[in-house]
Design a protein around this ligand. Structure first.
Ligand code: AP5
Length: 223
């Protein structure tokens, strides 16, 4: 199964992808995470991407599609994939179609996380994560049970993303409206979009997505 999680910055794509990795044994391919790794490692791609990401603008289509193609090549064909944060432009939609076709994969669902834009800035600017295991926290909504200690791995190092400030978030939202939201109609025409209320609790969102994905075998049998 191959699915896209689509939604604006802070919609909960990463949160839900992490849950699907656990619940459905799928592989998360997050272009944001892969680019941040390239930045941290100081690779040529990372050096090109850093300033663009810090400002909240989109990195070039050829870079991100190259990164996704390389990542797909490392996976077994039977491994289900969650595309998190990709595609984000019309050109990336076409690139993904080509990348999947060349690897005999089909796109099963585009899960659109519908959210209230007013909530997003607060969600993002309050976010921080464990530097060791990457577990996600929030100043208001999800604090560690013991202040300063990661619930999952017990470490005490936390960091915030350099693009999680209000100015960059506004630019990221503007980029989403201008370049990413317009890709939705082409997926709607294919009949594979399922819209989920991303304002519900993470548990409820995950349960709703689970019901959608678990119906796929029945849908295939009916067609
Ligand atoms: P990327 O890393 O993809 O960031 P983004 O799309 O801005 O998304 P976020 O990671 O901020 O949000 P999310 O939807 O994953 O939400 P999360 O689950 O973390 O991209 C970063 C940059 O890389 C881009 O700006 C661009 O420069 C570049 N880039 C990446 N992909 C690219 C591409 N394809 N093309 C070109 N450039 C690309 O949740 C956010 C917060 O909300 C967390 O604190 C979480 O705990 C909380 N939360 C989650 N769900 C809920 C809920 N249901 N209720 C309450 N709180 C919740």
């Amino acid at each position: 199964m191959n699915i896209i999680l689509l939604g604006p910055p802070g919609a909960g794509k990463g949160t839900q992808a992490a849950r699907l990795v656990e619940s459905h044994r799928m592989k998360q391919l997050s272009t944001g995470d892969m680019l941040r790794e390239a930045v941290a490692a100081g690779t040529p791609i990372g050096r090109k991407a850093k300033a663009i990401m810090d400002e909240g603008r989109l990195v070039s289509d050829d870079i991100v599609s190259g990164v996704i193609g390389d990542a797909l090549d490392k996976l077994a064909k039977s491994q289900g994939v969650i595309f998190d944060g990709y595609p984000r432009t019309e050109l990336q939609v076409r690139s993904l179609d080509d990348l999947l076709a060349a690897r005999d994969r089909t796109l099963d669902f585009v899960i659109e996380l519908a959210v209230d834009e007013d909530a997003l800035v607060e969600r993002i600017t309050g976010r921080f994560s464990c530097t060791t295991c990457n577990s996600n926290y929030h100043d208001t909504f999800r604090r560690p049970k013991v202040a300063g200690v990661c619930d999952k791995c017990g470490c005490s190092g936390f960091s915030r993303r350099s693009d999680d400030n209000e100015e960059a978030v506004r630019t990221r939202l503007a980029e989403y409206r201008a370049k990413t939201a317009p890709v939705m109609p082409s997926y709607q025409q294919r009949g594979i979009v399922r819209t989920v209320n991303g304002m519900a609790s993470p548990e409820t969102v995950a349960a709703t997505i689970g019901v959608i994905l678990d119906r796929l075998p029945q849908m295939r049998a009916e067609n």
